[in-house]
Design a protein. Structure first.
Length: 242
């Protein structure tokens, strides 16, 4: 499957997703909302739209995983972004201005022909881990939307879904950074003699700038999962009193 076919299938999937979203919104509003519903009609419409979008994001995310893998596997030349540059020179174009005091290159992108399969798999792994974060979030949002439409948002399973999202964010966020660093290191190693490629003004043999943001987001969602666990218990106790 070539890149043109992948893009065509992606366009078809996007059109089908838009049509499906509209159909799901209309169907869920007709079946769910009534004058006795705990949600007002505008709230039901809003929840239905969000839930439909999340449901449709699931197959689209899965398609994105497949499409990116096909593209990386079949591309004759692969563009690799964010390769760290050691001691990048002052950009010549800035010499026409007196404003900059100093400047340089920190990263660069290169397009590499015949990149080895190992580096391609690592690049796909970097993209896949990021996509899996969005996939798990879409599952959680769809789950909560359906629970809201049923009038019982505090289900026993939903806190576990949120816990899974928290783990996916932390593992996927940190893992994608590390796998991406390995992919760039493999790419640099493939370019040629390391003493020449990684010399002054060349590429760094390995560069890993850790961003701990995913840990904070994961812990925050884990706290929300705990709150939902308490809400589930309170809802169960309230139902028992009634």
């Amino acid at each position: 499957m070539d890149l043109g076919t992948v893009n065509l299938l992606l366009a078809i999937a996007a059109v089908v997703a838009l049509v499906g979203a509209a159909a799901l919104v209309v169907r869920s509003v007709r079946r769910t909302w009534s004058p006795d519903s705990p949600l007002s009609l505008p709230e039901t419409v809003a929840v239905s739209v969000i839930g439909s979008g999340a449901l449709l994001a699931i197959p689209l995310s899965l398609y994105g995983l497949i499409a990116s893998g096909v593209q990386l596997a079949n591309a004759a030349a692969v563009r690799v972004n964010g390769i760290a540059v050691s001691g990048g020179e002052y950009p010549p174009v800035l010499r026409a201005s007196d404003a900059p005091v100093d400047a340089g290159y920190e990263t660069a992108w290169i397009e590499v022909a015949n990149l080895p399969a190992g580096a391609r798999w690592l690049l796909w792994g970097e993209q896949s881990l990021t996509t899996l974060i969005g996939l798990t979030i879409a599952v959680a949002v769809a789950w909560l939307a359906l629970a809201l439409l049923r009038g019982r948002p505090f289900t026993r399973s939903f806190p576990w879904v949120l816990a899974l999202v928290a783990i996916a964010i932390m593992v996927g966020g940190i893992g994608s950074q590390f796998v991406g660093a390995l992919a760039r290191s493999e790419t640099v190693a493939f370019l040629g003699d390391p003493q020449v490629i990684t010399g002054t003004g060349g590429f760094s043999a390995f560069s890993f700038a850790l961003d701990l943001g995913p840990i904070g987001w994961g812990l925050g969602i884990g706290l929300v999962a705990g709150a939902f666990q308490i809400g589930t218990r309170l809802q169960r106790e309230t139902a028992g009193l009634v």
